[in-house]
Design a protein around this ligand. Structure first.
Ligand SMILES: CC(C)(COP(=O)(O)OP(=O)(O)OC[C@H]1O[C@@H](n2cnc3c(N)ncnc32)[C@H](O)[C@@H]1OP(=O)(O)O)[C@@H](O)C(=O)NCCC(=O)NCCS
Length: 169
């Protein structure tokens, strides 16, 4: 099984974001500040050439842990038949490396509970208590500082689990 990560136009990402994450909203309603920056990164993952998931990131101030050069994660999703094969992990690793190379020094997100463990394994921590975002359910605020050491650690094929971080209680 070969997971490939490629950059994508925002239009294609918004269509997938609508289909996989927010069918209740139109694609054009799902755009945030981070998405439309010239620096933004929009990634699609494929398995053997078939679309398997997507993730975006771009510069946007972090509302719960302000710091310089923070980027927001947007729209992580993996199609149901491709889950639990490392696609989300590959997308997050790729965004960490690519955003760090473009000058990002922290990544943050409003993360659905289903994805929190995957974030923590890659060095994110949760900030504060879980909360509801209707209609999509419980979320945690997640945050990671992008250091040379973290990027280097995650670039190795095998790495220890639970680099840093803690779960919401
Ligand atoms: C949350 C979501 C993005 C995770 O995607 P994914 O590609 O399944 O994630 P990964 O495969 O990287 O990791 C998920 C699990 O599979 C395990 N896994 C990864 N590769 C594996 C492999 N090759 N074999 C077996 N298990 C594997 C991981 O250890 C992890 O285990 P855990 O659930 O015990 O923590 C996906 O389920 C999804 O799109 N859900 C709906 C939308 C959503 O919630 N999006 C998040 C928005 S913030």
């Amino acid at each position: 099984m070969l997971i490939t990560i490629v950059e994508s136009p925002l239009d294609a990402i918004l269509k997938l974001r609508h289909e996989l994450l927010r069918p209740d909203r139109k694609p054009e309603e799902l755009v945030s500040q981070a998405d439309i920056s010239d620096m933004a990164i929009h990634l699609i993952a494929t398995i053997n050439g078939q679309t398997a998931g997507m993730l975006s990131a771009g510069p946007e101030p972090c509302p719960f842990n302000p710091c310089d050069n923070s980027w927001r994660l947007r729209g992580l999703a993996v199609i149901e038949s491709a889950r639990r094969r490392g696609v989300a992990t590959a997308l997050l690793k790729s965004v960490i490396a690519r955003s760090h190379a473009k000058g990002a020094r922290a990544l943050w997100g409003l993360t659905r509970m289903a994805a929190v463990a995957t974030h923590i394994r890659l060095g994110f921590e949760t900030i504060g208590e879980p909360y509801e975002i209707p209609p999509t359910g419980p979320h945690c605020s997640t945050f990671v500082r992008l250091t040379d050491a973290l990027v280097s650690l995650l670039s190795h094929p095998q790495r220890p689990r639970n680099v840093v971080g803690r779960h919401c209680v």
